[in-house]
Design a protein around this ligand. Structure first.
Ligand SMILES: [Zn+2]
Length: 368
């Protein structure tokens, strides 16, 4: 009798096996505390362990929202874009990147109006980011800073987007190739002796690629000192690979000073099926040599019944029927967990598939 009672108590207090799940979300807009509290409690109940929360750059917003997220029992990471910065009195025009045609991303951004990328090779850029991230990291409720757009503009666009922008990006074109500001070109010349402005085809100069990977790697390292100095974690949303990340946006993220990495394994952008998520996760886990957790970012289809009629890949993504395969593939390839883009895009059928997939131990291959 006593033994039965003890066993019952043990099984009641034991937590159900579950994979770690994060989600990208944001706000708060005009939402009241009680509305936010209900939303966060709902996400926690569904199995979300932490939020990457996009709420601007004001530390006060993160203090308020962070308190509610922590109250609901979740981790709180602030999701704030890095190199993409809209017009701001603290950011003079000279800090923005220049393409190979000599055009500034400030007044002639590539692809879309918000693509106003800073040059990572300027002290003014670092000083702005260090102050902004430092102030947010100082907020008690913040567990970590989540970098996004920590890269150059897409010199090659993901193939799923070619139709949308009417482009065939089988090589690097000058309009989308950054940064050719005087600091970047002269520092590169000093380092290597190569005048990149005289190169017949800069895309064939390996040192020039590496120089720009290193500029991003260096600024991540400097930001990590600021954030770690406040006792907080640093992580980032990155392109997949890093083979794809290097080729498309010059992120050599396997070398970055991060505590965790969140590759956006958005298969539809690469015209791939859900099985590809596991394949690319394998490369990602091997790239960091299991020194840090990889959380596989999953892109959810917001309107599954319309997916085949949608031309814009922003409206594509994983169907409920594909979600379990993407989660299993990620976990069996060594991911530490997953991250949903976004919980708001999830339909009831997605949540059902999600629940079937997250309460499993993927370290042991199932025998049935
Ligand atoms: Zn530059």
């Amino acid at each position: 009798m006593l033994l039965t009672l003890i066993l019952t108590m043990v099984s009641c207090t034991e937590e159900r096996t579950k994979i770690k799940v994060y989600a990208w979300t944001g706000g708060p807009g005009e939402a009241t505390d009680s509305v936010l509290r209900a939303k966060f409690e709902d996400l926690k109940a569904k199995g979300i362990d932490g939020l990457m929360y996009n709420g601007g750059q004001d530390p006060k917003t993160y203090k308020r929202v962070g308190a509610l997220v922590k109250e609901a029992g979740m981790e709180f990471h602030t999701w704030i874009p890095t190199m993409v910065q809209g017009k701001n009195p603290k950011l003079p025009k000279e800090l923005y990147a220049f393409n190979r045609n000599g055009e500034s991303a400030y007044d002639k951004p590539a692809y879309v109006d918000y693509y106003k990328f800073l040059c990572p090779n300027k002290e003014g850029t670092y000083n702005f980011l260090a102050e902004m991230y430092g102030n947010v990291a100082a907020v008690e409720e913040v567990d970590g800073i989540h970098l996004d757009y920590i890269r150059f503009p897409d010199v090659i666009l993901a193939e799923g987007l070619w139709d949308k922008y009417g482009l065939v990006m089988d090589r690097e074109f000058p309009d989308y190739d950054y940064c050719y500001c005087d600091d970047c070109t002269s520092d590169f010349k000093e380092l290597t002796g190569i005048d990149i402005k005289e190169a017949e085809d800069p895309s064939q100069v390996q040192e020039w690629k590496q120089f720009r990977y290193d500029l991003i790697t260096t600024i991540v390292g400097r930001i990590s000192e600021v954030v770690h100095g406040k006792g907080k974690q640093l992580n980032a949303a990155v392109f997949p690979g890093p083979s794809i990340a290097k080729k498309l946006v010059r992120q050599e993220w396997n070398k970055w000073a991060l505590d965790a990495v969140y590759p956006m394994n958005y298969n539809d952008f690469y015209l791939k099926g859900p099985e590809w998520v596991g394949e690319i996760t394998k490369e990602e886990v091997e790239a960091v040599n299991t020194t840090k957790p990889v959380y596989s970012g999953l892109f959810i289809c917001p309107n599954p019944e319309n997916k085949t009629k949608e031309n814009d890949p922003e409206n594509h993504g994983l169907l409920p029927s594909e979600l379990e395969e993407a989660i299993r593939g990620s976990m069996e390839s060594g991911a530490a967990g997953i991250c949903l883009f976004t919980p708001e895009r999830m339909k009831p059928e997605h949540w059902e598939a999600f629940e079937r997939a997250i309460y499993k131990d993927y370290t042991i291959k199932e025998s049935n």
